[in-house]
Structure formats: structure tokens, C-alpha cells
Design a protein around this ligand. Structure first.
Ligand code: HEM
Length: 467
């Protein structure tokens, strides 16, 4: 159990301050523990913020939008600003907060002597949270939206630049490796994609603040921005994390490094084509990059070792594989959309196969596997809730993606009546996930004090699987 509250200044000790004096073993232990608790607290702040953005501004607004669309049997009659406010809260508010928090937590430099870096991480959190909250409320309530939209985008950019500065100070030698591993290339590419998304958001926000008659980005701009977001940022991040962790968690065969680098190169080409307006060609390329990433990670090949499912539900490997199935569905629907879409329904289905099917299913699977350990060596509150959330999300997403194509395209009128139910299932799934993570933070005891020295993330994860 936690017994004392570490302060930022207590992170620096004689053992680590560079004063040249070595502290006693007990001092080093105390400093390590204080650092670990402070980092866990930082991570929990990012994760809790992400969950709140996901639940209320993100998912509730998404459900509301879909209920409106189903009621009117048309997506065209709904405020584009509200649709975009939902997308922004999910991608920046939820996924962005999670990635920033996990990014800060994982940088070995923060585990060393850099008290300042921890402080910077808190400033980043405050700016990011304020930026996303101001963006959402100004888009939805339209109160001084021209000024606030532009301001929000600057706050988000400032937060991202702080993050970028801290991570760019991290060198390969910090991790003891002389050369960048392929998974690092994927995460770096995704980080640059994230940067490009944040910059594009600033450009779009200033444009509509100056010339627009609503806070919504113009349709053509938004479509390209969404391609950058989905394929330039979100997908390569998950490929990077998968390349790093899935071999350990699922016992997969060795990563095909060259194929992963190929997937990243092909994917970058697709992103460039999409943002320069060659969307139809880009969709073919995304099918190829998704297939290459799958071949590289070997997710559908027979595992070499048994999966590590202690502490999580035994179905965890199956859901991770399902997520990669959704990645393929998303890429193929994108291709189909470029040929047949007349209503936005196939594009919408492709987008949610990617964001809900691939990204969210991965976050619910891997998140519940790693976050309890990162948050002060806790155990996941409930493995049953984990299973329930993942099952509901997959069922909801299947109904949503299939009915969206059938309803929006006018292929089957009955599909309109399925959409509200699909939204409620997805809402139930994401709420279950949030409850399980918050239950873990609040109700599960921290075991940091029982660890003599916390050496790094692999050790944390190995220790976090005792149940
Ligand atoms: C309960 C779950 C969700 C519901 C009911 C929902 C609903 C919607 C609806 C109705 C739209 C408008 C376009 C369309 O009709 O397809 C939309 C767009 C979007 N959604 Fe969701 N969504 C959900 C979850 C998510 C999640 C988890 C993410 C991301 C992680 C996400 C990201 C987006 C994005 C980026 C857009 C495009 C916004 C734009 O046009 O700029 N959604 N969503």
C-alpha cells in the first residue's frame, strides 16, 4: 500500500542528482519508489482524463449523433460541427491523452534524474486537457467559437511540442541499444503523423475561425485530415506497440522486421497520396500496408509460445487477433468506399472499423493488460468486465459497420433500426472498460512499496501478471 506522498522535488536524490555522492541502498530504494509513485500518478492523471473525454464528449455525443442520424434516416441533416466534436474528443481526448501519458511513462529518461521532465509532463497534461475541453465546448455551444477554436488548437500544439521535446531528448543509448529497432521506427513514424495531425488541426482551426461560418472544417479538408489521422497516426502507433509487445503477450513468432519497415514505407506513400487528393489510389495502398503489417507482426500465424494471460481474461489473444481482422475490414471498406460510396456510409463504416474495431479493441485489450501494472503495480480489477467490454464492443461494432453500409447507402431500410442498438452496445462496452480501469485505480492496492527496485517496463509487466 502507498504510505507516503512523493513530491516532485523528492524525485531527485543524492544517488541520482549527479552530485557524485552515492546514497545508501535504502536511500536509492526510497528514491526509486518515490519516482515510481510520482510517475504512476502522472500516468493515472492522463488515463483518467482520457477516459472522461472518451465517455462524455466522445461516446455520448457519438451516440447522440447516431440516434439523430437514424431518426432522420440521413447523415446529411446533422451538424458537421457536432460530428467533428465527437471525432476530436475521441482521437485527441481519449487516444491522444492515453498515448501522451504512456509515452511519458515509458521514457527511461523520466525514470532517471529528470525531475524537470516530470514537471514538463504535468504542464503538457494541463495544456492538452484544457485545449481538448475548450475545443469541444466551443464547437458544441458556439460560445466565442472563433477565438476559442484557434486558442484550443494552440494549447494542443503547445502540449504536443512539450511532449516532443521530452521524447526527442531520449536517445537509443538510453535503452542500451545502439540502433533503432523496427517497432521504434513505427512509433516514430506515428509520432510524426500525430504531429502532422496537430499542425493540420491548427491550420484548419485558424482557417474556419477567419473564414468559416461554423466551427466545422470544410468537407474535403476534413476527409483528408481524417485519412492522415487514421492511417498516418493511429494505425502505425498500434503497429509499433504490437511489434514491441505482441510477441511477448501472445507468444508470436519473431517479427519480420524488413516487412514492417516496408509496411511503414507503403503506408506513408498512401498517406501522402490521400492528403494530396489521390484518395482512390491511397485506399489500394492502405490495403497493401495493412496486409504487410499483419504479415510482419505474424498475428494470424500459430504462436510459438503460450500467450501470457495471467491477470487478464483468457480470451485476450482472440480479441487482439479480432482487432487485426478489423484492420483488414477497415482497409477493404475504404477501398469499397472509393468505388461505390454515394452517401458517406461506406466511408463512415470504414472509419469506425478502424477507430472502434481496430484501435478501440486494441486499447481495451492491451490497455487492460498493461495499465494496471503501470499505475503503481496494481492488478486489473475484473477480468470478467474486461471480457464483457470486449465482447460488447465487437458485437456493437459488427452491427454498426454492417448496418451503416446497408442503411446509408439505401440497400436495406431495416438497417436504420439496428444502428441505435449498435451505438448503445458500443457505449456499454466503452463504459465497462472505463469502470474497470477506474475500479483498478481506486479499489486495487498499489504494490510499488513491495518492489525493491523497479528496473523497467518489461519487469513491471512480468510482475504485473501474478494473478
Ligand atoms: C459508441 C461509439 C461511437 C459512436 C456511436 C460513433 C458515432 C459516430 C457518428 C454518427 C459519426 C458521423 C459519421 C458517420 O455517420 O459515420 C462519427 C464520426 C467519427 N467518429 Fe465516431 N462513434 C463512436 C466511437 C468512436 C470512436 C471510439 C472513435 C475514435 C477512437 C471515433 C472517431 C470518429 C471520427 C474520427 C469521426 C469523424 C468525424 C469527422 O467527420 O470529422 N468514433 N462517429
Amino acid at each position: 500500500m502507498e504510505t507516503s506522498t512523493p513530491t516532485l522535488t523528492s524525485l531527485e536524490t543524492r544517488a541520482t542528482s549527479g552530485s557524485g555522492t552515492r546514497g545508501s541502498a535504502e536511500e536509492i530504494f526510497r528514491a526509486t519508489r518515490a519516482r515510481e509513485l510520482a510517475l504512476s500518478r502522472l500516468l493515472m492523471a492522463y488515463i483518467t482524463t482520457g477516459l472522461l473525454f472518451m465517455l462524455f464528449p466522445g461516446t455520448l455525443l457519438g451516440v447522440w449523433n447516431l440516434l439523430q442520424i437514424s431518426g432522420r434516416e440521413s447523415a446529411g441533416l446533422i451538424s458537421p460541427a457536432w460530428l467533428q466534436a465527437h471525432g476530436h474528443a475521441q482521437v485527441f481526448g481519449w487516444i491522444g491523452s492515453f498515448l501522451l501519458g504512456i509515452g511519458f511513462y515509458s521514457i527511461p529518461k523520466l525514470r532517471g534524474e529528470a525531475t524537470q521532465a516530470v514537471r514538463a509532463a504535468w504542464v503538457c497534461w494541463a495544456l492538452w486537457t484544457a485545449g481538448v475541453a475548450v475545443r469541444w465546448s466551443s464547437t458544441v455551444y458556439l460560445w466565442h467559437w472563433r477565438v476559442l477554436l484557434a486558442l484550443a488548437s494552440i494549447l494542443e500544439l503547445a502540449a504536443f511540442l512539450i511532449f516532443f521535446r521530452v521524447i526527442s531528448q531520449h536517445r537509443p543509448q538510453d535503452s542500451g541499444k545502439s540502433k533503432l529497432e523496427p517497432w521504434v521506427w513505427a512509433v516514430l513514424t506515428a509520432t510524426l503523423g500525430f504531429f502532422a495531425v496537430v499542425i493540420t488541426n491548427v491550420a484548419g482551426s485558424f482557417y474556419v475561425a477567419l473564414y468559416g461560418d461554423s466551427p466545422a472544417f470544410p468537407h474535403r479538408f476534413d476527409q483528408r485530415y481524417l485519412a492522415l489521422m487514421g492511417w498516418g497516426f493511429l494505425a502505425p502507433f498500434v503497429w509499433g506497440f504490437s511489434a514491441k509487445w505482441l510477441r511477448v503477450f501472445l507468444g508470436l513468432k519473431t517479427l519480420r522486421s524488413g516487412v514492417l519497415i516496408g509496411a511503414l514505407a507503403v503506408n506513408c506513400t498512401g498517406v501522402v497520396l490521400a492528403i494530396t487528393g489521390q484518395v482512390a489510389l491511397a485506399t489500394w495502398i492502405f490495403v497493401a500496408s495493412a496486409a504487410l503489417a499483419i504479415a510482419a507482426i505474424r498475428i494470424f500465424e500459430r504462436s510459438e509460445q503460450p500467450a501470457k494471460t495471467k491477470g487478464v481474461h483468457a480470451s485476450f489473444p482472440a480479441f487482439v487477433r479480432m482487432a487485426y481482422g478489423w484492420l483488414l475490414v477497415a482497409a477493404l471498406l475504404g477501398l469499397g468506399a472509393s468505388i461505390w460510396d454515394t452517401s458517406g456510409g461506406i466511408w463512415g463504416a470504414s472509419r469506425h472499423a478502424l477507430t472502434v474495431g481496430f484501435i478501440s479493441v486494441m486499447v481495451l485489450s492491451i490497455g487492460q493488460r498493461i495499465l494496471p501494472a503501470f499505475a503503481g503495480m496494481r492488478l486489473l480489477w475484473s477480468t470478467k468486465l474486461m471480457f464483457a467490454g470486449l465482447l460488447l464492443l465487437n458485437v456493437g461494432c459488427t452491427l454498426r459497420v454492417s448496418s451503416e453500409v446497408l442503411a446509408y447507402q439505401g440497400y436495406a431500410a431495416w438497417a436504420w433500426s439496428v444502428l441505435p442498438g449498435s451505438a448503445l452496445l458500443e457505449l456499454a462496452a466503452l463504459t465497462t472498460f472505463a469502470v474497470n480501469i477506474l475500479g483498478t485505480f481506486v479499489l486495487e492496492p498499489s504494490h510499488v512499496s513491495n518492489q525493491p527496485v523497479v528496473v523497467g517496463i518489461p519487469e513491471l509487466l512480468a510482475q504485473g501478471t501474478r494473478r
